[in-house]
Design a protein. Structure first.
Length: 256
């Protein structure tokens, strides 16, 4: 091999080491980092699955129904004067229609008519019409329960249930106003209303609510944590939702 060929070969090796070697190292690190990210995502996926399941179980359209069921069938004397059939129709039936059925049907119709992009209401724009619809359904339920005792041979609806219905209606207004500024967590609002309601009836009634308060706090913390894990909500959106729900319940309790 002549001297010129040796110099050319050495120059090629030098250029390869200077320019190609860093690229190869970067590619190797990129692949390694991608595999590491995939491993982390795989490891975190069971947690996110559980968080999504919790989010579905304690969806805002179900939480008020759970509270009404608690008042009607768990609370020792809230609906003591009501016939069991009346509990299922006038109380649970109306609560299911206003809190759960009509809001779900509204969202499905809006999706079918392409007024919203997703039934999960990912954007603030998608939330506007459903929140207005919920305001209407919640106001309807509050108005019926408020005037329930005025019908012939009817028993007055417990004032606690009327206050809860009004707080749900008021929280939908707060959610709509807050939606202008941020994508506030509707799950957290529902949890705030529920937790504050349990605390208020525990404070004002001579019933041992220790176990119910414990469950309410655990459920609230679990659901809010699940929303931070399973959604793109920020801490501020979740905390503001919790405070907004609690404030709505306080307004409903002392306004009615």
């Amino acid at each position: 091999m002549c001297e010129g060929e040796v110099r050319y070969k050495n120059l090629s090796l030098l250029l390869d080491w200077l320019f190609l070697q860093p690229i190869k190292v970067m590619q190797t690190n990129s692949v390694t980092g991608h595999r590491h990210s995939m491993a982390q995502a795989t490891a975190a996926s069971p947690i996110k699955i559980v968080a999504k399941m919790i989010s579905y179980i304690f969806h805002p359209v179900f939480v008020p129904l759970y509270v009404v069921w608690f008042l009607a069938f768990v609370h020792p004397y809230m609906y003591v004067g009501f016939h069991p059939v009346l509990k299922k129709t006038a109380v649970m039936g109306a609560a299911f229609m206003a809190f759960t059925f009509f809001p779900l049907i509204t969202v499905l119709l809006l999706k079918g008519l392409k007024f919203i992009d997703s039934i999960q209401l990912h954007t603030q724009k998608d939330r506007i019409i459903p929140l207005i619809a919920c305001m209407m359904w919640y106001f309807w339920l509050w108005y019926i329960w408020k005037n329930f005792g005025k019908t012939p041979n009817a028993i007055d609806m417990p004032v606690e249930a009327v206050r809860f219905a009004f707080a749900s209606f008021f929280s939908s207004i707060v959610a709509l106003m807050a939606n202008i500024k941020m994508k506030i967590s509707l799950h957290a609002i529902a949890m705030g209303v529920m937790l504050c309601f349990i605390c208020l009836i525990a404070y004002h009634q001579e019933v041992n609510f220790g176990s119910y308060l414990t469950i309410a706090f655990i459920v609230t913390g679990t659901v809010c944590t699940a929303r931070l894990l399973a959604s793109n909500h920020t801490n501020t959106e979740v905390y503001c939702g919790l405070l907004a729900g609690a404030a709505s319940m306080l307004v409903g309790w002392w306004w009615m």
